[in-house]
Write a protein that binds this ligand. Sequence first.
Ligand SMILES: Cc1cc2nc3c(=O)[nH]c(=O)nc-3n(C[C@H](O)[C@H](O)[C@H](O)COP(=O)(O)OP(=O)(O)OC[C@H]3O[C@@H](n4cnc5c(N)ncnc54)[C@H](O)[C@@H]3O)c2cc1C
Length: 477
Amino acid sequence: MIYIFGNGIAGLSAAVSLTKSGYKVTVITKKITGGSTYIAKGGIAAAVGSDDSPEIHAKDTLRVGDGLSDEKAVNYVTSEAPKAVKTLEEWGFEFATDLRLEGGHSRRRVLHKTDETGRDIYDFLMKKAKELNIPVVEDELLAIKTENNEVKGFITRNRGEVEADKIVLATGGYAYLWKYTSNQSTNTGDGIAIAFRSGALVADMEFVQFHPTVTNLDGETFLLTETLRGEGAILLNDKGERFAFKYHEKGELAPRDVLSRAIYTEYLKGRKVFMDLTKIEDFENKFPVLTAYLKRHGKDKSFKIPVFPGAHFVDGGIRVNLRGESNIKGLYAIGEVSDTGLHGANRLASNSLAEGLVYGVNLSLYIDKWEGLYVDDGEIENVKLHAGNNLSLDEIREINWENVGIVRNAEKLNKAISIYSSIDMLSANEKSNSALVSYLTALAAYKRTESRGNHYREDYPYKDDKWKKRIYFQISK
Ligand SMILES: Cc1cc2nc3c(=O)[nH]c(=O)nc-3n(C[C@H](O)[C@H](O)[C@H](O)COP(=O)(O)OP(=O)(O)OC[C@H]3O[C@@H](n4cnc5c(N)ncnc54)[C@H](O)[C@@H]3O)c2cc1C
């Protein structure tokens, strides 16, 4: 039996592909409707257009990755993405016929179905899993058991100890751990923390992507996509100023990280920020999901939506090779929980669903041919973990937002590191997992004395070639 943890695009596509290849799988997930795939909007990047090629897609990915993408992973994902998308279609999924253009892409290559494509894929794969009699059950992974660097089993909340020699982690990222976020509360980095305690190498933890325009009406979080700004939405502060041009010549169409910093700076000045949709033509037809969201909250296009930048995606995680293999025999990581090296210092829009699908669909090709991870592109630091007090998730989210957020400096990062240094990181629970991944993020962000990709240090506001390498962490035994 192969145990897969997580039912997002990575876990479910792996489950379907493995089952179709004759393997027995069980999918275990903390919450059936949890994760980011369930709420993902735009679509999947794949070079399927007649004017496009995997090489051009790779070039765009490398540019956005800002010198830290692993070229092997970039070439692999960009050349496999069209095939993985085709496999999804052969299983019965139907994409719309048009391709969308998104920021950072030099070609129209974002496949979508509606403007909730992540959810469409999730619904489809859950249906497929049911047809194939794949059990998808709610339970929570707490720990992985290893001996001599090999997987021997795992522990979950409901099942207790289970023997296993192959575990696939598809538990998503940890962007929920910032006070402002686009993520669901399931995304607390459990897989990364649990694997780390078992000896897995993790890398690139400092690279957290913040989305500039997230909103929350009456407790319901909603991501306001770039396309809105492309179609004419503008940003205003509470003085009525269209402030974005003060920060970048492209105004509202500035790169994500620049716009996130701009809005964050307005907030630091005591301003509030709103999105004005009134200039968008044919709004209801172009954006039915946002229209429905506004309607649910008694609003329409004329409502000036309060927006804030929120943690959205994490580039780093469990370091794996092209097969999704970690450095622990039998332990695989796919999707956002993993660090394939594809995103480097920043993620190209719509590359994460592509990455999850490629590694998920292709897992069946390699599952019986273990090679193991080999790394030579960075320095490994051993980290000692300790028992201690607990912090609530809200406290952790506040600390990360204030100190490990959009604009970082040594003083703030040191503060976070010293707080986490006295917090329990060894227990098998969400709070301890959250403290551990937050600690590693703060440590990596402190170490990286430069600004690159989505990691911005106001005390080192430039790139430094000596940092063209990955920061790895491993538990000190
Ligand atoms: C609002 C939003 C919009 C996005 N839009 C796009 C987009 O248009 N295109 C794109 O490419 N990317 C997009 N992204 C990013 C993308 O959605 C994610 O990177 C991707 O869906 C991750 O898929 P995954 O399968 O790795 O994990 P997820 O879909 O996050 O699933 C993780 C799963 O793990 C489970 N889990 C967590 N912890 C445990 C545990 N301890 N035990 C058992 N199960 C556990 C959860 O229940 C969940 O089912 C978006 C993200 C957000 C938040």
